[in-house]
Design a protein around this ligand. Structure first.
Ligand code: AMP
Ligand code: GLY
Length: 422
């Protein structure tokens, strides 16, 4: 089969690698891909907003199946567009993608279907928001409605911070804002919960714990994700049942009722408090870096898994997982998530000798005239799988030390909640 993968991050490199290992694959194209994907696929530089160009390329190369990695093209309706051209594509339609594209859309479903989530209010202008915030308890959470590349969420400790958030959102920092979401702050521990759905039946696609803050001990600014471990330490059959019954099933029921077509991954960002799950947000794709952490644990032929989903046959397909622990550490360019330099040479990649169950997934890298350069904030993902998380982390850290990239920053404490507390 001839496969196209849309996206350029660590998630897309890990998807490409798993597809590359399939016995059914003949050729992979990545649009646009990165320095890692070019080793196993042809990178094709097309703007992800240019659906016409993407379609023309897919048809010209006789692509059998296109996998969409990131949220933006999904929210912009790429699946509906390509399906109209009779192309096979893995991802939810534009209606279902609103689960990620509009936080307010998701909150309204929560209310309608009685899904546990933080209490919330929606406001249409700054003065009514500020009136409410003057009389609120803190901390409180202020959110821009639409996609904001992970930056549209403000955890506010006091009124002045909430006011700044409201000013930024209605000031158009994340595009024109018609509405704003203000919600109760939830305490507890976060968990990323994934399912694979063929629009009729679903399979749980493992759990993970992301580490969003830039510094050790979960300090500093939020980032796209500094590392993850899988499975989450919170996972139990009892909790899983609550998540499915209270959150996943009512959501899928709602989407069905509204004639949405959901073929793809659904990622529930959850807060777990006293062993009860609350929905923080939905993403309509795999997580990054959760994908890099979870996919190496999968034993199945990943292309077969995706095909069974596209063909509506997931019910009869059994997923099998390695009974091991996976841990991913992200190496960033120093300065990230603020200002950082690009195009820094990464010299020692050849020194990295991966043994069985070590993985190196590229994110912001570029291959140019025989050399690798950084090309983004999150640069490389080091993943190791082992019997326990501590060994996995030691192996990933040792690989990063071997690379000895002077311009890099990483957290040595990924997985501290499962490792230090043992
Ligand atoms: P998001 O950009 O939507 O992924 O949100 C970023 C992070 O903000 C989440 O991963 C949580 O850590 C935090 N967050 C969002 N909503 C809440 C909430 N209601 N209570 C506590 N933390 C939250
Ligand atoms: N790991 C967070 C995300 O993918 O949104």
């Amino acid at each position: 089969m001839r496969i196209a993968i849309i996206g350029s991050g660590g998630r897309e490199h890990s998807i490409s690698q798993k597809i590359f290992e399939s016995k059914k694959v003949d050729k992979i194209y990545c649009i646009p891909g990165n320095g890692g994907t070019q080793e196993i696929a042809d990178n094709v530089d097309i703007d992800l907003k240019d659906f016409v160009k993407i379609k023309t390329f897919l048809i010209s190369k006789n692509i059998d199946l296109t996998i969409i990695g990131p949220e933006e093209p999904l929210v912009n309706g790429i699946v509906d567009y390509l399906k109209k051209e009779n192309l096979k594509v893995f991802g939810p339609d534009q209606f279902c993608s609103r689960l990620e594209g509009s936080k307010i859309f998701t909150k309204k479903i929560c209310k309608l279907e009685n899904i546990p989530t933080a209490n919330f209010q929606i406001f249409k202008d700054s003065s009514s928001s500020l009136n409410f915030l003057k009389n609120s308890n803190y901390p409180i959470v202020v959110k821009a409605d639409g996609l904001a590349a992970g930056k549209g969420v403000y955890i506010c400790e006091k009124f002045s911070e909430a006011k700044k958030a409201v000013d930024e959102v209605f000031g158009g920092k994340f595009g024109k804002a018609e509405e704003i979401l203000i919600e109760q702050f939830l305490s507890g521990e976060e968990m990323s919960f994934f399912i694979l759905y063929d629009n009729n039946s679903f399979k749980i696609f493992n759990t993970a714990q992301d580490h969003k803050r830039v510094y050790e001990g979960d300090k500093g600014q939020n980032t796209g994700g500094m590392g993850a471990y899988s499975p989450s330490r919170l996972h139990s059959k009892e909790l899983e049942k609550k998540i499915i019954d209270r959150i996943i099933l009512p959501t899928l029921k709602y989407l069905k009722k509204e004639n949405g077509i959901y073929v793809g991954f659904l990622y529930a960002g959850l807060m777990i408090k006293n062993n009860d799950p609350y929905l923080i947000e939905y993403n309509v794709r795999m997580g990054d870096p959760e994908c890099q952490t979870i996919l190496p644990l999968l034993k199945n032929d990943f292309l077969e898994v995706i095909e069974s989903c596209i063909n509506g046959n997931l019910k009869n397909y059994e997923l099998t997982w390695k009974n091991k622990k996976s841990l991913c550490i992200v190496l960033t360019s120093s300065g990230y998530p603020n200002k950082f330099e690009k195009k820094i040479l990464i010299e020692n990649l050849n020194n990295i000798k991966l043994i069985n169950d070590d993985y190196l997934f590229h994110a912001g890298t570029r291959f140019d005239e025989g050399k690798f350069y950084s090309n983004g904030g999150r640069v490389l993902n080091f993943v190791s799988i082992d019997q326990d998380f501590e060994n996995a982390r030691n192996r990933a850290v040792n690989l990063i030390k071997k690379l000895n990239w002077k311009n890099g920053h990483y957290r040595k404490d990924i997985g501290y909640k499962v490792i230090e507390k043992k």
